[in-house]
Design a protein around this ligand. Structure first.
Ligand SMILES: *Cc1c(COP(=O)(O)O)cnc(C)c1O
Length: 505
C-alpha cells in the first residue's frame, strides 16, 4: 500500500503530530523522538465486522485485526507473521482458550500457553516477525539488534520470540542471583544462533540503567551501525508491535462466548485485567474502538495501586513507596501505556498530553481535567489486592472452582469478586501467567508445606495435589544444561554489547 495516499493510516507521537510514520517505521523505532508513544488518529475508522466472527480460528481473527491496525503490511506478510507466531510453539492449539469459572457468567481467558507460559508471549512471538517484515520498507535496510535488561520474565519471552528470526539478534542481561532458578534456566538454556544471555553483578536497576545508557551512547550506536549494519532497539511494551497483537484475543474471547451461547452477537461483555504497564488492558480499549461490544474494562492492581488511585481521583502520583509483591510483573509505578488511553480520552490533544507528561517528569504527578476523568470512569472500573488477598484468592478460586490461578491472575480474581456488577453481563478474567511459573507461592497459598523444597519440587507437589500438569516448557528445564554462563560487571556491559554485535549480527 502506498504510504502517502490520503487514507493511509499514519502514526505520530502522543505529544506532537508534526512527524508521521507508517506502522512499519513506528515498530522499528519503538518510541517517538520526543519520548511520546506512537498513536494513530484513524483508530476506530475501520471497524471489525463481528457478524461472521463465530467459528473463526485464532489465526484468522489475528489476520483480520492486524490488517486493520497495520495496513501497510501486505496480507501475505501478515499471513506469514501469524503462521510463524501462533504455531506449534503454543501448548494449546486454540492459542488463548476460554474456560468457564464455576457455573455462573464468569470466564477465564488463558493467555499463558506460549513458550514462556505468560501472556507476553502473545505479543513477543509476533513482534520479531513484524520487525523482519519492516526491513527495507523502512528508512533503512539495517538489521535490528535488541537489547534488554530483565528482572526475569520479559527477557525470556523476548528471547523466545527473536531466536533465529532473520534480520534480528538479541542480547539480554539479568542481575546475577536476583532472578528465580527457573527464570535463570529459562534464559540460559535458550536456543538460537542470534541470541546471547549474560548475568551482571548488580541489581536490576543497575543493569537497566546501563542498558539505557548504551541506547543513548553515540559511539556504540555508530560502531554497531558501521561495523555490523545493525540498529540497536528495545522490545519494550510501549512498541505498537507489542500492543496491537493483544487486541486479537479480546475478539477471540468474544467469538467463543457467542459460540457457546453465553451471549448473542452484539451483547456486551466485561473484561478484568491484571495490570502493570497498562498494555494488556489498553488493547481491550482498542478492541472496543474497533467495535467490540465492551461494557467495562476493569483494571486490577496489586499493592502498587497507582492506577487505582488515578482512576478514583484523577491524579496520577508516582511519588510513593514501591512494594515488592508476589505478583512481580505488576510491580510498576509508571504505567507507560496509560499515555495512549489519555491521548484518546483527551480528544487527541497533543498539547495537553505534552503538559501532563511534563508534569509527571517534573513533579512526579499529573492531574487530568474533571470531564476527562468522568469519561474514563464510564468505561474503566478498578480495584486492587494486597498480599494476603492475593494468597486468599488463589485458595478461594481452587476451593470454589477447582481451578488453580497464579498470583497475577489472583489480583484480577479478587477485584472481580468484590466489584459490583450486572450479573447478566458475562465477565472475562484475563489470566496472565501459568500457576506453574510461581509454584512456591501457589503451593503456600493452597496450604501445602514447601519447606526444604526447590521450585521444581514445588511444581511436582502442585501437580500431585491439584491433578493438573505443569507445562512441559517449565518441567523440562530441570534436565537441561545452560548454554550461557557469562557473568560480567556492570561497567563491562558496553564492551560486551560490542563483542556480541560482532558475533551475532
Ligand atoms: C506483564 C504482566 C502483567 C502486566 O501487564 P501490562 O500489560 O504491563 O499491564 C500482568 N501479569 C503478568 C504475568 C505479566 O507478565
Amino acid at each position: 500500500m502506498a504510504e502517502n495516499t490520503t487514507n493511509a493510516v499514519m502514526f505520530h507521537s502522543t505529544r506532537s503530530n508534526s512527524k508521521t510514520y507508517t506502522s512499519k517505521q513506528a515498530i522499528r523505532r519503538g518510541i517517538a523522538e520526543d519520548g511520546g508513544l506512537f498513536v494513530t488518529d484513524c483508530l476506530g475508522e475501520t471497524r471489525y465486522n463481528i457478524s461472521n466472527i463465530v467459528g473463526k480460528s485464532y489465526k484468522q481473527i489475528a489476520k483480520d485485526v492486524l490488517q486493520i491496525l497495520l495496513p501497510d503490511f501486505t496480507s501475505s506478510e501478515l499471513d506469514e507473521c501469524v503462521e510463524n507466531a501462533y504455531g506449534d510453539q503454543w501448548e494449546d492449539c486454540e492459542v488463548t482458550p476460554l474456560k468457564q469459572l464455576g457455573t455462573n457468567n464468569d470466564f477465564v481467558l488463558e493467555l499463558f500457553h506460549g513458550p514462556t507460559c505468560a501472556f507476553k508471549d502473545v505479543a513477543l512471538q509476533i513482534l520479531p516477525q513484524f520487525i523482519r517484515c519492516s526491513k527495507n520498507a523502512s528508512d533503512s535496510s539495517q538489521n535490528v539488534m535488541i537489547l534488554t535488561a530483565t528482572s526475569g520474565d520479559t527477557g525470556k519471552a523476548a528471547l523466545a520470540g527473536f531466536a533465529n528470526v532473520e534480520g534480528t539478534s538479541m542480547v539480554t542481561f539479568y542481575p546475577e542471583g536476583k532472578v528465580s532458578k527457573i527464570q535463570e534456566l529459562q534464559m540460559t538454556t535458550q536456543s538460537g544462533s542470534n541470541v546471547k544471555v549474560c548475568a551482571v553483578r548488580g541489581n536490576f536497576d543497575d543493569t537497566q540503567s546501563s542498558v539505557k545508557q548504551i541506547f543513548t551512547n553515540d559511539s556504540i550506536n555508530e560502531s554497531i551501525k558501521n561495523n555490523n549494519n545493525a540498529l540497536l532497539s528495545s522490545a519494550n511494551s510501549i512498541n505498537i508491535g507489542r500492543l496491537i497483537p493483544q487486541v486479537v484475543y479480546y475478539f477471540y474471547a468474544y467469538s467463543k462466548l457467542v459460540e457457546r451461547g453465553s451471549i448473542k452477537l452484539g451483547d456486551e461483555v466485561e473484561f478484568c485485567v491484571p495490570s502493570g504497564n497498562f498494555g494488556n488492558i489498553l488493547a481491550g480499549y482498542y478492541a472496543k474502538m474497533l467495535g467490540l461490544p465492551v461494557k467495562h474494562l476493569i483494571v486490577a492492581s496489586n499493592s502498587n495501586n497507582v492506577l487505582f488511585d488515578f482512576l478514583v481521583s484523577g491524579t496520577y502520583n508516582k511519588i510513593r513507596p514501591f512494594h515488592q509483591t508476589v505478583a512481580p510483573s505488576m510491580d510498576i509505578l509508571v504505567s507507560s501505556n496509560l499515555e495512549r488511553m489519555l491521548y484518546y480520552m483527551c480528544n487527541k490533544d497533543t498539547r495537553l498530553l505534552q503538559m501532563l507528561m511534563n508534569d509527571l517528569q517534573q513533579w512526579g504527578a499529573f492531574e487530568v481535567p474533571e470531564d476527562v476523568l468522568s469519561k474514563i470512569r464510564e468505561l474503566f472500573g478498578c480495584g486492587w489486592a494486597n498480599e494476603d488477598q492475593i494468597r486468599d484468592s488463589i485458595k478461594e478460586c481452587w476451593n470454589k472452582h477447582n481451578y488453580v490461578i497464579d498470583p497475577h491472575t489472583a489480583c484480577g480474581y479478587f477485584v472481580m469478586s468484590h466489584i459490583p456488577h450486572d450479573s447478566s453481563v458475562p465477565r472475562v478474567l484475563l489470566s496472565t501467567a501459568s500457576p506453574y511459573k510461581f509454584p512456591r507461592v501457589v503451593c503456600e497459598s493452597l496450604g501445602l508445606n514447601v519447606e526444604g523444597l526447590d521450585d521444581f519440587a514445588c511444581m511436582d507437589l502442585l501437580e500431585r495435589k491439584t491433578s493438573t500438569n505443569a507445562p512441559k516448557m517449565l518441567s523440562e528445564l530441570k534436565n537441561k544444561t545452560a548454554r550461557f554462563n557469562d557473568v560480567i560487571n556492570v561497567e563491562d556491559m558496553p564492551d560486551y554489547v560490542l563483542k556480541c554485535a560482532n558475533e551475532i549480527c
